[in-house]
Design a protein around this ligand. Structure first.
Ligand code: SF4
Length: 67
């Protein structure tokens, strides 16, 4: 699912401690910084959304499983 990246989303994410990136996913291999399913995950990494240059949209992974 793809939605627009907005300051409203960021505020809600902080308020509810919303987890949606690989960094909090059960299938994330922290040592390799890769998805265990070998999905391309650049747009699912927390660093993508915490960078100084915000991406235009958020791409949610359907396989996300909270760790
Ligand atoms: S399943 Fe999706 S959210 Fe989980 S590590 Fe792989 S790409 Fe990231």
């Amino acid at each position: 699912m793809k939605i627009e990246f907005t300051s409203h989303f960021l505020a809600q994410k902080k308020r509810y401690n919303f987890c949606f990136t690989c960094d909090d996913c059960l299938y994330f291999d922290i040592r390799r910084d890769q998805c265990l399913h070998e999905y391309p995950n650049e747009m699912h990494l927390l660093s993508t959304y915490n960078s100084d240059v915000s991406p235009p949209y958020i791409l949610f992974c359907k396989q996300f499983e909270l760790r």
